[in-house]
Ligand binder design. Structure first.
Ligand code: NAP
Length: 484
């Protein structure tokens, strides 16, 4: 058996939140940590999502940490490689390579209450023990394949958008895309001009708003290097997006404007009345993630593109058989079908107090106090955990206070000479009930989406504004936690 390595903090995942945790730990004087990343490079979702057209849909100045503004963004909406470069630079600037293990996953984690330590088994057989275990895996990391009969019978090339291989050349091929979410809306315009024929299989049409992108020129970059300017631009965008949050509430001016903009965008971009009708969303705006795109509708209107709205009956060796009896012959089938978001971390066996498994605690869907702490799982902290996603702003605004909260909990354990800290079960329960009650009256309860479990529970979304979250989370409420 391999000897166990000991660290103070084990961080699972080297995406945005893992990097933020590592950097903030260093700043708090805690340098004995290890980042464990299953992919072969750092970046998390921005390393994994290499499909053509992958971009962020939050203005880049707000998609950088407050402590690390980036004057080099080339566009307001940065693309995946540019964001991954930003992450790489952060890692280099803070000397994180020596504290990162790439290409290895955590298979099991068990908390020993007597020692106040987590014992981790990695998938290469290595063992690690850590006082604190921070899971920075977020929700969008386990690719979800569609539950469609015959998927494995397909004799052409089968791809998932979130696991895009480097050697894909779609030129001149007949390509099918299943899914019409944010990913497909970026992928479809990027590949449409290259392929011989594109069939887009749509189950639900989504709301699309214009994307107000622009190039950042030399003047922008010069200004962004001036002290104080980048934080100002960041603050401006954060405020604009906070205003946009009102658009998710019925009866607001913001909602009326967003609806008018989306309807005008559909009318202007789609001269064909039938296509316009096929692309009219059947659910209230904001219930599923809003798409921001100027080229998705035009890509669907191309003569070489077919929007297929008949349900999929099954996948065959040659392509996709739809309910109307038509077989759509394909060389490549791309599943842009999203992620398993209801039970994150289901690929890791995580055992807390009294042998309780996280998968059991989350049987009805993931839940955590403030998205960070789970009752019965001491010294365990989630970044971008349950109910901390938003449909309107940058996730980085949520990561920073979560990291501060987790580190403050770790420091309390050390300061008070205790072995562990965990959220009190009744505090977690009351928090969850109040949150679910707020959510049940929100727009997110009015359709099916990756925000919700099969039982209707909303597992992903924070019900309020960013300011409320930041204020609540910034400093842990001492009475909310118990120590052992
Ligand atoms: P998604 O929003 O979950 O969309 C999955 C799509 O696949 C939906 O259109 C869904 O249809 C369809 N689908 C799933 N199973 C199907 C089946 N069996 N048959 C037919 N259709 C099926 O996934 P995503 O597009 O990858 O996006 C996930 C999230 O990632 C986004 O909401 C966003 O938060 C993030 N993202 C962000 C960006 C960005 O920043 N620009 C880009 C990409 C992704 P139904 O709607 O009918 O279920």
């Amino acid at each position: 058996m391999t000897a166990e390595t000991h660290v103070e903090v084990a961080i699972l995942g080297a995406g945005m939140s893992g990097l933020c945790m590592a950097i903030q730990l260093q700043q708090a004087g805690i340098t004995d940590f290890l980042l464990i990343e299953k992919s072969s490079g750092i970046g998390g979702t921005w390393w994994d999502n290499r499909y053509p057209g992958a971009q962020v849909d939050v203005p880049a100045p707000a998609y950088s940490f407050s402590f690390a503004p980036n004057p080099d963004w080339t566009h307001r909406f940065a693309d995946a490689p540019e964001i991954q470069r930003y992450q790489q630079q952060l890692a280099e600037r803070h000397g994180l390579a020596a504290r990162t293990r790439l290409g290895v996953a955590v298979a099991e984690a068990r908390f020993d209450a007597g020692q106040g330590r987590w014992h981790l088994l990695l998938d290469n057989g290595d063992r690690l023990s850590a006082r604190f275990f921070a899971c920075s895996t977020g929700v969008l990391n386990t690719a979800r394949w569609p539950d469609i009969a015959g998927l494995q019978d397909f004799q052409g090339r089968l791809l998932h958008s979130a696991r895009w291989p480097a050697d894909v050349d779609l030129s001149g091929l007949r390509v099918g895309v299943i899914g019409t979410g944010s990913t497909a809306a970026q992928l479809v315009p990027a590949i449409a001009p290259r392929v011989a024929r594109l069939s887009v299989f749509q189950r639900t049409p989504n709301w699309v708003l214009p994307r107000m992108d622009r190039r950042y020129g030399r003047l922008d970059r010069w200004l962004l290097k001036l002290p104080g300017y980048a934080p100002l631009v960041r603050r401006w965008w954060v405020q604009v997006m906070e205003w946009g949050r009102r658009g998710f509430d019925e009866g607001t001016l913001a909602r009326r404007l967003m609806l008018a903009a989306a309807n005008a965008h559909r009318r202007r971009s789609l001269p064909d009345a039938r296509l316009r009708e096929q692309l009219a969303p059947p659910y209230p705006l904001g219930c599923k993630r809003i798409i921001y795109s100027n080229d998705y509708y035009p890509a669907l209107a191309r003569p070489q593109t077919a929007l297929v709205t008949d349900g999929i009956h099954r996948i065959t060796a040659a392509g996709v058989l739809t309910e109307d009896g038509r077989e759509h012959a394909l060389d490549v089938l791309i599943c842009a079908t999203g992620y398993d978001t209801v039970r994150p971390l289901s690929n890791v066996r995580i055992e807390g107090l009294d042998g309780r498994l996280l998968s059991e605690a989350w049987a009805e869907g993931a839940q955590a106090y403030l998205g960070i702490a789970v009752a019965g799982f001491p010294n365990f902290f989630l970044m971008l955990g349950p109910n901390t996603a938003t449909g309107h702003t940058s996730t980085l605004l949520y990561i920073e206070p979560q990291v501060r909260h987790a580190i403050a909990c770790m420091q309390r354990v050390t300061r008070e000479g205790r072995r562990w800290i965990a959220v009190k079960p009744d505090v977690a329960r009351v928090h969850d009930l109040a949150q679910q009650q707020r959510l049940s009256a929100s727009v997110w309860s009015r359709c099916k989406s990756w925000y919700r479990a099969e039982n209707g529970r909303i597992v992903a979304i924070w019900p309020g504004y960013t300011g409320e979250y930041v204020r609540t989370v910034r400093q842990p409420e001492p009475a909310a936690y118990e120590l052992g």
